[in-house]
Design a protein around this ligand. Sequence first.
Ligand code: COA
Length: 378
Amino acid sequence: MPSDANVAKAGLEGVVATQSAISDVDGLEGRLIYRGYDIHDLAEHATFEEVIYLLWNGTLPTAAQLKQLRDELSREAPLPAEIKEGINRIPRNANPMDMLRTIVSFLSFYDPDAGDASSEANARRAVRLTARFPLIVTSFFRAREGEKPVEPRPDLSVAGNFLYTLWGREPDEVATRTMDVAFILHADHELNASTFAARVTAATLSDMYSAIASAIGTLKGPLHGGANEGVIKNLLEIGSVQNVEPWLKDQFARKQKIMGFGHRVYKTEDPRATHLREMSRQLGERTGEKKWYEISRKMEEVIMREKHLNPNVDFYSASTYFALGIPTDLFTPIFACSRISGWTAHVLEQYLNNRLIRPRAEYIGPKNLKYIPISARG
Ligand code: COA
């Protein structure tokens, strides 16, 4: 058993469990950087493809490198026939995150690099997974609606193709850029729970598909990526600005956690929420349906006043996706479609300098018990 001095705080709060050069969160200043670049700078100027390149390679791409990455993503995006068939066989009422986790496992059976654990093969797997995630999600959605999957278009970005293969029609510029920025903002976040899960799995020298399946299962939970679905449920239940105060009062009285608020690391505003709030506002104005943004603002005001909690990334992503007309149970899978870039970057980094991740537990159970034959147990 470790000595008392070594016992971590519950939930490993504050524990620095690894070194990483991919992203950094400054929770006091409310700053997030990817490979040294501030998230505000990237959200304003970059594309998701540039960010993917940055996370994997550590530098922003040249025009030629970006073109090569786009070409690779386009080439790898179409789903193999077996995967399309697999998606069709998933029950229509399945949770889309369970579907995604299952299809990622399924993809491993059709990996052209099967058995090759080299860093080149893993880099190809990272491209394949990142290219295919949006297609898996949209194909499942369409199958559920009784529609055929739509093939991705090589001239569209990852964000553009997500919306195109979801709706079956080309999205406009505002919708495409909104998705693109949402993907940039969700791409990586230091040692969050799902990334940690991916790294723990990779650190056993298990394969990338297994690491990503671990990450998807971890992201699904309502305390992590699943929160954005909880947010929209709450907004719909509240229904009006006038109902915010009484609804929250009741939740507080019942000691309920309000989805989309609070964060383990940020003690001030989550910089991603700053962008998503503005995107939610603009989309509300554009569609003429400002209610969800207005309810959200009121919630923010009351929760700050009563609990001193800030909104996190999941809060305004919910009303943003809702304003785009995206089905609510795809909100967490959208998070995964972006975070796959960060997960794979971390898995690649883990493999490069690996050591098994195996902490200890402080044993608090009984000791020195003697086996009692079953006939003698009361
Ligand atoms: N609503 C109401 N109270 C909250 C809260 C929330 N969303 N988040 C934290 N709190 C309160 C806790 O009840 C606790 O109060 P207490 O000390 O009086 O018991 C205190 O703030 C600390 O919260 P704790 O749950 O210990 O913080 P954590 O670091 O373990 O958890 C989260 C961080 C994100 C899991 C937590 O804030 C949460 O559950 N938020 C809602 C889910 C969510 O939005 N997740 C997405 C994260 S990006």
